[in-house]
Design a protein around this ligand. Structure first.
Ligand SMILES: [Zn+2]
Ligand SMILES: [Zn+2]
Length: 432
């Protein structure tokens, strides 16, 4: 049966569309977009007062399965995504076992097909076991279905291996996603190094720990011509390095995460371990630079770095708690509240960073747009919805969010994957 989404403000940055239009969906694809479509055979969704956008693509999700199903599974992680308006996730390979071989990648794809509510695109390891010593079999991983490579959670410390990774991935048209951290500088640190850390008596993580690696990786991208994608950019210095690299024509793209524009190191006061992540929350000056990087296009994507941890794991002294926070369900609200409402980005600019740009960077053909013929992954947004989360509102298995209780604006009203509603404000999760 066809689906007809009527009267919504349709926004598709890939086609430069921002207009009140109707969208006709059939056979899992976008069939037509134009004013006033009539189709008596369709189920009609009235989107009056809502914004109809391509389904959001999160390029940085930790689904934790296989290996840490107590934190998250493919089933629960993709439910959280659907609730957040995210129709595709790129999942990081630092599972147990890690996604450094074809059977592991195939396991995730099969499980996602059976139990996943949204599209799952696995990222493969750069090195075997993410151990940094030996390149994984990149051709085999590509054939198994990975859309990028990353040792996320760890940097690739050995520069020669990073060089080889950028060289080989070039042949396969894959990006290398770099978790930029010089561990000799960040060792034992729990938060951003500076006055706040001193007052709190916590050991610091110097900004140079990130920037040295961003700088090295840009140089290696220049040397090899390989595609470097910098994960979770958090400092003013990193933004500036990427800006200069792009101006020189180096093949580099970048993402930041909502917590790097919505929070500063000041939030660590009170020692809430849900303010502990890597890289750490930085200063107000860094937040301003991140926003500038988003505005001028230096930062291409907004990703979540959704990193679930159980209450037991997080309920420790600040120094001992693991790094990471969940983010799939707060992504849209934080982008609307902190970037669109505060005029850092326009609606179409913000939407592009979560749809067209990720699809383009990672070669997800037929996604990230509402162009007729493309896959009907659609998010209908209620831009005026005001809300705040309590722990029990999250569909993620873990609740480690620093945004519990925070006033947000803008929420997914309906999430559609391949032409099927998987979540709606009215009916909640829909399983097929
Ligand atoms: Zn990382
Ligand atoms: Zn990560």
């Amino acid at each position: 049966m066809n689906m007809l989404i009527k009267n919504g403000r349709v926004m598709d940055p890939a086609q430069k569309i921002d207009n009140v239009l109707d969208v006709l969906v059939g056979d899992g694809k976008i069939k037509e977009i134009k004013p006033k479509i009539e189709d008596s055979s369709s189920t009609v969704i009235d989107a009056l007062g809502k914004i109809v956008i391509p389904g959001l693509i999160d390029v940085h999700t930790h689904l934790r399965e296989p290996g840490h199903e107590e934190e998250e599974t493919i089933a629960t992680g993709t439910r959280a995504a659907a609730h957040g308006g995210v129709t595709s996730v790129l999942c990081m390979p630092n599972t147990h076992p890690p996604l450094d071989n074809a059977p592991a990648v195939e396991f995730v794809l099969l499980k996602a097909q059976k139990e996943g509510l949204v599209n799952v695109f696995p990222i493969g390891c750069i090195t075997k076991g993410s151990a940094g010593a030996e390149l994984a079999e990149i051709g085999v991983l590509k054939k198994a279905g990975v859309v990028a490579l990353s040792d996320d959670g760890n940097p690739v410390t050995d520069s020669l291996i990073m060089r080889r990774a950028l060289e080989y991935t070039k042949m396969f048209g894959l990006a290398v996603i770099s978790h930029c951290e010089d561990k000799s500088l960040s060792k034992n640190g729990a938060m951003n190094e500076g006055y706040a850390a001193m007052l709190l008596g916590l050991r610091g993580i110097r900004r140079q720990s990130e920037e040295i690696m961003v700088s090295r990786d840009i140089m290696l991208a220049e040397l090899t011509g390989g595609h470097l994608h910098v994960a979770h950019v958090s400092t003013a210095g990193s933004v500036e390095l990427i800006r200069q690299a792009k101006a020189k024509g180096i093949n580099v793209t970048a993402e930041t995460c909502p917590h790097y524009f919505a929070l500063t190191e000041e939030s660590v006061k009170g020692y809430n371990t849900n303010t502990k992540m890597k890289p750490p929350l930085r200063s107000a000056k860094d937040v301003e630079a991140i926003k500038e990087g988003l505005t001028d296009g230096t930062i291409d994507c907004i990703a979540t770095d959704h990193a679930p941890h159980t209450e037991e794991e997080k309920n420790k002294e600040y120094d001992l708690a693991p790094f990471g926070i969940i983010g799939l369900e707060t992504l849209l609200g934080l982008v609307v509240t902190e970037l669109i409402e505060k005029k850092v980005l326009t609606w179409p600019e913000a939407v592009a960073k979560m749809t067209a740009n990720p699809a383009g960077i990672f070669g997800l053909t037929g996604r990230g747009t509402l162009q007729p013929g493309s896959i009907a992954d659609i998010t209908i947004v209620d831009p005026d919805k005001k809300y705040s989360y309590t722990e029990k509102d999250f569909l993620s298995k873990s609740k480690n969010s620093p945004f519990i209780g925070r006033s947000l604006r803008g929420k997914a009203d309906t999430t559609i994957v391949g032409g099927k509603i998987v979540w709606s404000a009215k009916e909640g999760i829909k399983q097929y």
